[in-house]
Design a binder for this molecule. Sequence first.
Ligand code: TYC
Length: 102
Amino acid sequence: MADDTTLKPTSKTKPKTERPKLHKVLLLNDDYTPRDFVTLVLKAVFRMSEEAGYRVMMTAHKMGSCVVMVAAKDIAETKATEAVDLAKEAGFPLMFTTEPEE
Ligand code: TYC
């Protein structure tokens, strides 16, 4: 091509698409769910090691809540629902919630 520069736009306009916000999954403390069961759910649903699950469980136990993961909205919601359903089946009031990251 001899003269392709004439075909180029003089200014480039980048489309500014907002990245969708990531969502946090929060583990909430309660007085009834056994510690071992909380750790088990964290391992089963969030693929955590025993050590990571125990640490996250103890953080929620002491602080009232703990961030478990950050992911796209649909993934965060699916994981939270899966975890809450496991607890419900076992008869425990364990709660996971989701909220958008700032
Ligand atoms: N507080 C619970 C107990 O003492 C254990 C627990 C920890 C429950 C973390 C929920 O997110 C939680 N049995």
